[in-house]
Ligand binder design. Structure first.
Ligand code: MN
Length: 202
């Protein structure tokens, strides 16, 4: 199996009160697990199609692969972007880059919050590194894989699918997004920023 469900780096109750254990457990053990299963199943179905030389279903399979693998990637990031006792503000080069490209931390925070809150239907808000302009940008991702800037590297992602928050926050997505800021693992985001710049240099 090329894809496996990662363990969370903390207990299901570790993010309370900002993220309820029951909501987090279902999110990880059911929803994320379904993307992993879907990604593996789609890889198998593509191999079968190649073997049979039958590409009648290829358009659907390619879309399904993008959906499930992207869902797996984003959820795997999301868990590590959060940590008990997180929040506050970044430091060092990440903080300086945020100031340079957004004007201030508060301006970036407002843009990312609104990008997440204003997703129509299901999606994500993301802070990302765009290597051609060597810039930080905010992205508004639809589903898991649409409205992306090619080559950009996500650094901090906020899941705003209803499954992410509906048990705890009901219809009030904005309260969930606000709560996530109390959990952000800034050292993890800073590490991703450093690696993204190094990996895309040149
Ligand atoms: Mn999710």
């Amino acid at each position: 199996m090329p894809y496996t469900l990662p363990e969370l780096p903390y207990d299901y109750s570790a993010l309370e009160p900002h993220y309820q254990a029951e909501n987090l457990e279902i999110h990880h053990s059911k929803h994320h697990a379904a993307y992993v299963a879907g990604a593996n199943a789609t890889v198998d179905r593509l191999a079968e199609a190649r073997g049979a030389g039958d590409y009648a279903g290829l358009v659907g399979l390619e879309k399904t692969l993008a959906f499930n693998v992207s869902g797996h990637v984003l959820h795997s990031m999301f868990w590590k972007n959060l940590t008990p006792g997180g929040g506050g503000r970044p430091e060092g080069e990440l903080a300086a880059a945020i100031d340079e490209h957004f004007g201030s931390f508060d301006a970036m925070r407002a843009q990312l919050s609104q990008a997440a809150v204003l997703v129509q239907g299901s999606g994500w808000g993301a802070l990302a590194y765009e290597p051609l302009g060597a810039r930080l940008i905010v992205e508004q991702i639809y589903d898991h894989h649409a409205n992306l800037t090619q080559a950009s590297v996500p650094l901090l992602v906020f899941d705003v699918w209803e499954h992410a928050y509906y048990l705890q926050y009901r219809n009030v997505r904005a309260d969930f997004v606000e709560a996530l800021w109390n959990l952000v693992n800034w050292p993890d985001v800073a590490r991703r920023f450093e690696e993204a710049r190094r990996a895309t240099a040149g």
